[in-house]
Design a binder for this molecule. Sequence first.
Ligand SMILES: [Zn+2]
Length: 140
Amino acid sequence: MQCTTCQSDNVQRLSLIYEQGTHNIRTTGHTTGAGVGIGRGGLGFGGGSATTTTTGKSQTIAARKAAPPDKKKIGIPFAIAAVGLVLMPVMGTPVLLIALAIGGFLFWKYSQYNKNVYPPLYAAWEKSWLCNKCGAIYQQ
Ligand SMILES: [Zn+2]
């Protein structure tokens, strides 16, 4: 497997770069605070601590660049329709009809995209290689 631009064999599959550079992270932070105060009644002491947990995805810059194409999120059209449903009692039936029309249209467009456009994009991504020497991305 050689780079088509510079013939280097220092190449990597995009899908592998993406996998290696993406980690699910979970970090726990611990904060402790203490305070001493002198008031009218004498000496007071207060202490407190808090624990925060953060979860998420950690990605290297290389992994972000090597990320696969995104599917359209079908949830968005449903959310629009749901908003129409919520607003209907307040704003009347037309708002629901408009929301359903927009939601339905988007749903149709997104389905078409996910069915016809996305698979070839994803297949191309799976066959894509990155040259570590000249930075070229090519398919093989
Ligand atoms: Zn190259």
